[in-house]
Design a protein around this ligand. Structure first.
Ligand SMILES: Cc1cc2nc3c(=O)[nH]c(=O)nc-3n(C[C@H](O)[C@H](O)[C@H](O)COP(=O)(O)O)c2cc1C
Length: 195
């Protein structure tokens, strides 16, 4: 996707009961998009099938978050992430995404799957937007794209070290600091309960 894409600054929203779904092959090319996806992103199905998922990448999204996403799902694990996406005409919408590997019956990873829901507005505005602005600033301060991404990644690792949590616990307990049991030495709650 070109880096200098148009963005309008206009935010789109979707319903609390809606789930934006897409599936990809191993390379991240879209193999399925549900109607909610197509409606909010302003695309026809034939325009998205076969396209790289970066089709809807918004330039305000830090590169290091996608690095973590890919590392995690390629390692066979699930990840939750806040993502800002871009519609066909440059509007944007925020989602809370749950991305998982899909496996065949022998356990081999054959693709990936993302379900997205409306994110908690307070968490977005108080924590994610400021964090992503910082990460973007850091990434942009390096001339070289890859160096920028590594610097962003380091900034995120430093934050997690300061908070004393791993990424998945950090995301799952945003806005719920009392659930960060690992800070006082207790066993953390299972993630399903923390969410
Ligand atoms: C299942 C799945 C869902 C994804 N969903 C999104 C998405 O909603 N928005 C997005 O920008 N990238 C998404 N990605 C990540 C993209 O593949 C890509 O890494 C990202 O857009 C950054 O693209 P770039 O490296 O070309 O800048 C998804 C990847 C997978 C495997």
């Amino acid at each position: 996707m070109p880096r200098n894409v148009t963005v309008t600054g206009v935010e789109r929203t979707f319903g609390d009961d809606d789930i934006i779904v897409s599936k990809t092959n191993l390379k991240g090319h879209i193999t399925y998009a549900n109607d909610v996806f197509l409606k909010i992103a302003d695309y026809k199905e034939k325009e998205v099938l076969g396209q790289p998922h970066s089709l809807i990448r918004h330039p305000h999204m830090p590169r290091c978050v996608f690095k973590l996403l890919w590392q995690t799902v390629e390692a066979g694990q699930e990840i939750f992430a806040y993502v800002i996406n871009r519609t066909k005409h440059g509007d944007h919408y925020w989602v809370y995404a749950h991305v998982t590997p899909s496996r065949d019956t022998s356990g081999r990873i054959i693709g990936y799957h993302s379900n997205r829901r409306v994110p908690d507005r307070k968490i977005l505005e108080d924590q994610i937007m400021p964090l992503y602005r910082e990460l973007l600033r850091e990434e942009a301060s390096h001339g070289d794209r890859n160096a920028g991404m590594l610097a962003g990644e380091q900034m995120m690792m430093d934050l997690l070290a300061r908070e004393g949590v791993a990424y998945d616990e950090y995301v799952a307990t945003l806005g719920k600091p009392h659930l960060r049991a690992s800070r006082d030495g207790q066993a953390p709650l299972p993630r399903e309960q923390a969410i």
